[in-house]
Design a protein around this ligand. Structure first.
Ligand code: A3D
Length: 320
């Protein structure tokens, strides 16, 4: 069987990490695309040389032309600009929407059968626009944010309870913004739901509230520390988990920005919800039952996403 082909559209901080992880995991051959062609070529060559040391078999190439992504099985999109200190994700909208138009056209022409994972911010609006620009089926285009947000929630819970990260299941839903919805009732430590963890005195409510707040602002914390960009290791690892579930038909249930057609009371928008990812793409959207306060938080987050989608429609009326 021929190796799978993975196209990385954008070869910056996240793109480079994606290439290294995809190589080490032997997910397939990797094409790195970037308007800065030298960056794509240089990183591809550098990582290819690491294969001799790490002992993985994957062809890596760098390119500045879309022809090279022809027939890709998976496209992971990070093209665009990241946040700098003082910027919100939403500040990126105008620039990155134009980038999504170019990337969508390239994928439509050369990789119309790919499973596409968008990472570019503001995520929920950019993945919505990318699906429209590319014309690919909505169940083949998803946004990565929930795996990352949940991984931050899980890490903080593991540290606070002293439990292995492997035994924490944490969920965040909603849009990828500071009003995302960490799902306290559905998250577990060693199988015990978080509200019971608090009731039993294992974790106090103030500490849990602080963890929820830190999760919501997790991206900003890293932006402030780095000073010249945003997180890239965990975002790349998160997108690779989604791509791997597709390529290996693992059918993992992961939180992802998925196109909703009425689930959670939302239509024609991408919002973070639990999805099952298998060899045909998003095979199922899983509906958690939300209590009143979760519904209110979810609705607030959806309203923020809607504001961004409306802004896209104003800039690019063809998308409306
Ligand atoms: P960066 O290192 O700047 O890489 C972006 C790359 O995109 C650069 O190499 C650019 O040359 C390239 N690029 C710009 N315009 C185009 C274009 N038209 N076509 C092809 N390539 C282009 O950024 P990064 O890798 O740190 O972040 C990439 C994106 O991911 C940003 O929008 C971030 O905000 C976003 N991001 C999202 C999350 C989520 O959880 C959703 C997390 C972290 C970063």
């Amino acid at each position: 069987m021929a190796r799978k082909k993975i196209a990385l559209i954008g070869s910056g901080q996240i793109g480079g990490t994606l290439a290294l992880l995809a190589g080490i995991k032997e997910l397939g051959d990797i094409v790195m695309f970037d308007i800065a062609e030298g960056t794509a070529k240089g990183k591809a060559l550098d990582i290819a040389q690491a294969s001799a040391v790490e002992g993985f078999d994957a062809k890596l190439s760098g390119t500045g032309t879309y022809e090279a992504i022809e027939g890709a099985d998976v496209c992971i999109v990070t093209a665009g600009v990241p946040r700098k200190p003082g910027m919100s994700r939403d500040d990126l909208l105008g620039i990155n929407l134009k980038v999504m138009e170019q990337v969508g056209a390239g994928i439509k022409k050369y990789a119309p059968n790919a499973f596409v994972v968008c990472i570019t911010n503001p995520l929920d609006a950019m993945v919505w626009a990318l699906q429209k620009f590319s014309g690919l089926p909505a169940d083949k285009v998803v946004g990565m944010a929930g795996v990352l947000d949940s991984s931050r929630f899980a890490l903080f819970l593991a540290e606070a309870t002293g439990v292995s990260i492997e035994d924490i299941h944490a969920w965040t839903l909603g849009g990828h913004g500071d009003d995302m919805v960490p799902m306290v009732r559905h998250s577990t430590v060693g199988g015990v739901p978080l509200n019971q963890v608090v009731k039993s005195g294992w974790l106090n409510q103030d500490k849990l509230d602080a963890i929820v707040e830190r999760t919501r602002k997790g991206g900003g914390e890293i932006v402030a520390l780095l000073g010249n960009g945003s997180a890239f290791y965990a975002p790349a690892a998160s997108a690779i988990a989604m791509a791997e579930s597709y390529l290996k038909d693992k059918k993992r249930v992961l939180p992802a920005a998925a196109y909703l057609t009425g689930q959670y009371g939302v239509k024609d928008m991408y919002v973070g919800v639990p999805v099952l990812i298998g060899s045909t793409g998003v095979e199922k959207i899983i509906e958690f039952d939300l209590d009143k306060s979760e519904q209110d938080m979810f609705a607030k987050s959806v309203a923020s996403v809607k504001g961004l989608v409306d802004a896209c429609k104003t800039i690019a009326p063809d998308l409306a």
